[in-house]
Design a binder for this molecule. Structure first.
Ligand SMILES: [Zn+2]
Ligand SMILES: [Zn+2]
Length: 350
């Protein structure tokens, strides 16, 4: 089968024929019909993640497709099921999984970043522990539209709906309008909040407005993003999200909050921060600001998103900017270095 294979950091992926995946007794194989290209892929490709990528790794962690092979121990997933796969695969059996925190599974593996979990930039994908990790999609949705569901969309949803207490009438400031940031704009609006979107590019801010942002701030045109947010929200946002993971967006996010505000950290840092960002701690004390980390979402909670999709309140397809082929992947990764991609590019030709 064809796959886009990692060779060296920052170098084009090698699109070539590789062995089809083997089927585990508790796994399924899906025919990949769509897979997003994500900033996390860029982080891996740029050697920004806490673990190393090995040459030969098939990348890609935002897949949707139909099940074509089912292991003998699988009970709930059947051939022909239309599924999406979360980027953070879990075992379903550790204490975290059994207590409802599969997104931070003790034995979790990142799809498309380790040899144990070859990714979805390939014609076929093996999904381990499929009863636990495969999410059956509702009727009537397309694989392309659901390609970002198992990464940015559910990550933004979990951060806003589960970790922070976003409620109707709140002001929510989203710092960074890449794929996860735009998803957060759309979801916060659907949850009844008023959204301030912040980015350096007008094109992304225009899309944020289309997705429901009430106000936008172009950070390249002001020295004081937090002050602007404080002004728009009349005293500070109730919830602010760093959807990028650089020191500026993280610190701006915390500083844009009002008293009792909640900062949600979704973006992971780049090589420059190396996992550490200093914070305005005295300000956090004085305002009783909470700093909340948020990673992915438990597969068992996807129904909450599906009911919002069915009710017409959210539409993950609105974040998708274009469909591309497997050959275009390296070019899209390169474009992310200069923040040139808008919304989510999705591979739909393998
Ligand atoms: Zn992703
Ligand atoms: Zn687990």
């Amino acid at each position: 089968m064809r796959a886009a294979v990692f060779t060296e950091y920052g170098e084009p992926l090698d699109v070539r024929n590789v062995e089809k995946p083997d089927l585990d007794p508790d796994g399924v194989v899906i025919e990949t019909e769509a897979c997003g290209i994500c900033r996390s892929d860029w982080h891996g490709w740029m050697n920004d993640l806490p673990y190393e990528l090995e040459a030969g790794q098939i990348m890609g962690h935002e897949p949707a497709g139909h099940v074509v092979e089912v292991g003998e121990e699988v009970e709930h997933i059947r051939e022909g099921d239309h599924v999406a796969i979360p980027f953070n695969l879990s075992d379903g059996t550790c204490p975290m999984c059994r207590n409802g925190y599969a997104n931070i599974c003790d034995d979790g593996v990142s799809l498309g970043f380790t040899p144990q979990a070859p990714g979805a930039w390939a014609e076929e994908l093996h999904v381990p522990t499929a009863d636990h990790n495969a999410v059956i999609l509702p009727d009537g949705v397309s694989s392309v539209d659901m390609a970002g569901l198992g990464c940015r969309f559910m990550t933004a949803f979990h951060g806003l709906a589960h970790k922070a207490d976003v409620s109707a009438g709140d002001w929510v400031a989203i710092h960074g309008c890449g794929g996860v940031g735009l998803s957060a704009v759309h979801i916060a609006d659907a949850l009844g909040a008023s959204v301030v979107a912040v980015d350096l590019f007008d094109e992304k801010l225009d899309l944020a407005t289309d997705l429901g942002a009430r106000a936008t701030i172009n950070a390249s045109e002001t020295d004081d993003v937090p002050g602007e947010v404080q002004g728009i929200t009349n005293g500070g946002a109730d919830v602010a999200v760093d959807a990028l993971g650089i020191a500026t967006t993280c610190q701006n996010s915390v500083r844009s909050l009002g008293k009792l505000g909640q900062h949600v950290q979704i973006g992971i840092t780049t090589a420059e921060e190396d996992g550490e960002i200093s914070l305005p701690t005295d300000l956090m004390v004085r305002k009783e600001i909470e700093f909340i980390g948020s990673l992915g979402m438990q597969p068992a909670r996807y129904d909450e998103i599906f009911s919002m999709i069915e009710a017409g309140k959210v539409d993950p397809s609105k974040i998708i900017s274009e469909t591309v082929s497997l050959e275009d992947t390296s070019e899209k990764l390169q474009a992310m270095t200069d923040y040139e991609t808008v919304g989510i590019p999705v591979i739909s030709e393998f």
